[in-house]
Design a binder for this molecule. Structure first.
Ligand code: NDP
Length: 454
């Protein structure tokens, strides 16, 4: 066997491939973590060699940059065919060199069909599978999908992708927490008032109704990415950063994570954007967008309060929120500390609590602390210490692909965790389906519904 990996992208004519996967591959191949990759894209759509070459070259930003990147570019090809058929899958394996990695950049229902077809084939040694979110549509379907996958490859060769785990700031949280003396002693309910994780986008639907209208903000963001961010913030220190220890700590903390007070009605809110203005441009109401089924009542803004029932976190609210069509981008973790138990007599002024703000994008970190004022030194004021983290060499997808090519599932979601994340949000999904939580509205380009407490 050679050291070559063949990356077979199923659904290579789609948005994910062009916008995220190929640029991620390029960033990896141009870095010093690059590997020898043969690239095969496949899909039912026709693509001439020139068209495919154009797509890949654009993603590689014209300049191939490194010998590995040049080699991948030169050998890359598109093989047209239906990935759900046994014949086409066999042809793809025959065209591969070395170890194949099959990346499912497909709608989830189609991925399931491909997995069934793979079960009928004598598979190449070492085959790795990479699957995108959403992984199943509830706990039971995720369990069934896991069972189907395990019939064809072992768990360590299944990469359930969550590119948030490849984001520099999320990874940095591990370094920040466990490689400093400063934070870990205060990282608990005695010192922390609340943890908020925001992922607000200015963008609206942008023509993605086919996928988004069935998912909504809760499933698109909170059930997947934001629960992973919560896990990295709330987990205990792993004894090592590897696929066993890190993922065990993530699994352990998520097993202790629940909708606050088991009361989804009091602990969740949902809303959908109405017509509004964003950056001076009129934006139609979500319900008027092409492909939206108004009966579904899909939320474009979701907020859920969770609790982590461990000794470290008992009583601390973890509030996760994500919205589309908001007035400004806000992608951050905000940790608010408790006020000091008592101020010495004579210290006056700002008593707002200390905060740690970790921006997911762009990568910055800000510690908000109380300091002496510039006038009367005993009049307190707030100051911020900010750090801009170095620009990561790899994009989040580059990081994800690096793990897959190096046969290291540390940053991929373990099967039991994929199931658990559905179980955590199930009470909210049920309450929303039963209309026990009203669907509020907000104007596109606003901060959310007017009567939502800030
Ligand atoms: P698309 O809807 O663009 O579909 C990808 C490709 O799937 C299509 O180009 C199509 O290729 C193929 N396909 C569609 N229907 C069928 C079918 N019936 N049989 C066989 N192939 C089919 O998806 P995206 O690229 O947007 O996303 C892919 C996956 O990644 C999804 O699971 C999504 O949830 C996930 N994801 C996407 C993100 C994004 O920003 N796009 C972000 C994070 C995750 P063809 O017609 O050529 O066969």
């Amino acid at each position: 066997m050679t050291d070559t990996t063949t990356l077979i992208i199923l659904g290579a004519s789609g948005d994910l491939t062009e916008r995220l996967l190929l640029p991620g591959l390029a960033s990896l191949l141009k870095s010093d973590r690059g590997v020898d990759v043969q690239l095969i894209g496949t899909g039912r759509s026709e693509r001439s060699p020139e068209e495919w070459d154009d797509v890949v070259t654009t993603a590689f930003n014209g300049d191939a940059g490194s010998d590995l990147a040049k080699k991948t570019l030169a050998s890359s090809r598109y093989i047209q065919g239906d990935p759900t058929t046994v014949e086409h899958l066999k042809a793809l394996f025959e065209a591969s060199e070395g170890t194949p990695v099959m990346y499912f950049a497909l709608p989830p229902a189609i991925s399931t069909k491909v997995i069934q077809s793979l079960a009928e084939i004598d598979l190449p040694d070492g085959l790795r599978l990479a699957l995108e979110k959403p992984f199943g549509s509830d706990e039971e379907s995720a369990r069934e999908l896991n069972a189907e996958l395990l019939k064809i490859v072992p768990e360590e060769r299944i990469h359930r992708t969550d590119h948030f785990l490849g984001r520099a700031t999320v990874l940095n949280m591990i370094g920040l927490r466990f490689a400093n003396r400063l934070f870990e002693p205060v990282w608990n309910s005695e010192n922390i008032e609340k943890v908020e994780i925001f992922y607000d986008e200015v963008l609206g639907l942008e023509g993605r109704a086919q996928y988004y209208d069935k998912a909504g903000a809760l499933i698109d963001m909170i059930q997947s990415h934001l629960l992973q961010v919560l896990a990295v913030i709330a987990m205990d220190a792993p004894s090592s950063i590897d696929s066993v220890e890190l993922r065990s700590e993530i699994a352990r903390v998520l097993r202790a994570t629940w909708v606050k007070d088991a009361d989804p009605v009091a602990s969740s809110r949902r809303a959908q954007y109405a017509a509004g203005t964003i950056d001076g441009k009129d934006v139609p109401a979500y319900a008027d967008e092409d492909g939206v089924d108004v009966e579904r009542q899909t939320e474009t803004l979701a907020e859920v309060e969770f609790e982590v029932k461990t000794r470290r976190w008992a009583g601390v609210p973890f509030i996760l929120r994500s919205g589309k069509g908001m007035t400004k981008i806000r992608k951050e973790v905000l940790i608010t500390f408790k006020p000091v138990p008592a101020l010495p007599e004579g210290l006056k002024g700002s008593s707002t609590p200390d905060t740690l703000r970790i921006e997911i994008s762009p990568e910055t970190m800000e510690l908000g602390v109380t300091t002496n004022g510039s006038g009367n030194p005993f009049d307190l004021e707030k100051s911020t210490m900010s750090v801009t983290l170095g620009k990561p060499e790899l994009t989040p997808y580059g990081e994800v692909l690096s793990g897959i090519f190096h046969d290291d599932p540390t940053l991929s979601i373990r099967g039991d965790v994929a199931e658990r994340c559905w179980a955590i949000v199930a009470p909210v999904i049920d309450a929303w389906k039963a209309d026990r939580v009203p669907l509020d509205t907000y104007a596109a380009g606003s901060t959310g519904p007017k009567d939502w407490p800030a």
